[in-house]
Design a binder for this molecule. Structure first.
Ligand SMILES: *[C@@H]1O[C@H](CO)[C@@H](O)[C@H](O)[C@H]1NC(C)=O
Ligand SMILES: *[C@@H]1O[C@H](CO)[C@@H](O)[C@H](O)[C@H]1NC(C)=O
Length: 242
């Protein structure tokens, strides 16, 4: 339900979103949730600030950070994930930006998520670790069409399915690769999960996103499906930094 609502409004915004990627500053997406307004300067806010500090301190080293601060009902749980191909310097810049921006965008929410090109950060008063987060599925696509959409879709799905398998069994839960389509076109792809998921849930999460490709990016030469626990990207140019 939520995902289709986000999709239709984002369709119109796709050009603006692509511009923002080029400029590299604004978040691609954010969502404020949680069922109550926490008290300013109260224990939840103190824990939330501590959590942010932990996340931008621990995440850059491996590209993933997970932290839980305090006791229920003021417990704050959060994680940050950088794209598997970004340097720890770019990861740190992104997580620092995300942690300050999410507090401005969702000043009193007990739960929120923010997504940038290079990282994702989320927190909640609920203990969500190890559960697939289906609350958002954010779509972006390249406006260029494939010349043979049926075959292109199939090849894209094939590549991303291989990458989903690989990501689910590697410690970083990240895989990137390319597929030569036989013609002049190559498809480059990436698949990644948050590392609190089990291997089988990582696979399930990614397979779910691959299943969204027909509604996201049918016949398009590039696309992204970004969820709260996993994401996939493909393009016909090399977008992976290494
Ligand atoms: C939270 O605060 C906002 C702004 O003060 C208010 O509009 C909203 O109804 C509040 N939500 C709850 C659940 O109390
Ligand atoms: C791609 O195909 C769609 C649907 O057939 C069309 O509306 C759109 O203009 C095409 N985009 C480009 C960039 O050619």
């Amino acid at each position: 339900m939520l995902s289709s609502r986000f999709t239709s409004s984002l369709y119109l915004l796709s050009f603006a979103v692509l511009l923002q990627i080029v400029l590299g500053v604004d978040p691609l997406f954010h969502s404020c949730s949680g069922n109550e307004n926490f008290t300013a300067n109260g224990p939840y806010e103190t824990n939330l600030n501590k959590l942010m500090g932990n996340l931008y301190y621990t995440t850059p080293a491996t590209g993933f950070g997970l932290s839980s601060i305090g006791q229920s009902p003021n417990q704050v749980n959060g994680l940050a994930l950088c794209r598997g191909d970004v340097s720890s310097t770019d990861c740190k810049t992104c997580v620092v930006e995300a942690s300050s921006e999410i507090l401005k965008l969702c000043p009193q929410n007990s739960a929120a998520i923010i997504i940038y090109d290079y990282c994702l950060l989320k927190y909640s008063n609920e203990y969500f670790f190890g559960k697939i987060d289906n609350s958002i599925n954010f779509f972006m696509w390249n406006t260029q069409n494939a010349s043979d959409p049926m075959s292109f879709n199939q090849q894209t799905k094939g590549l991303l399915s291989l990458l989903a398998n690989e990501a689910s069994i590697t410690p970083k839960m990240y895989a990137a690769g390319e597929l030569d389509t036989g013609g002049s076109v190559k498809i480059y792809g990436m698949a990644q999960c948050t590392r609190d998921l089990s291997s089988s849930d990582c696979k399930n999460c990614l397979d779910g996103l691959i299943g969204d490709l027909p509604s996201c990016c049918d016949g398009k030469l590039g696309g992204r499906v970004i969820g709260g626990s996993c994401n996939i990207i493909y393009e016909t140019y090399s977008f992976i930094s290494d």
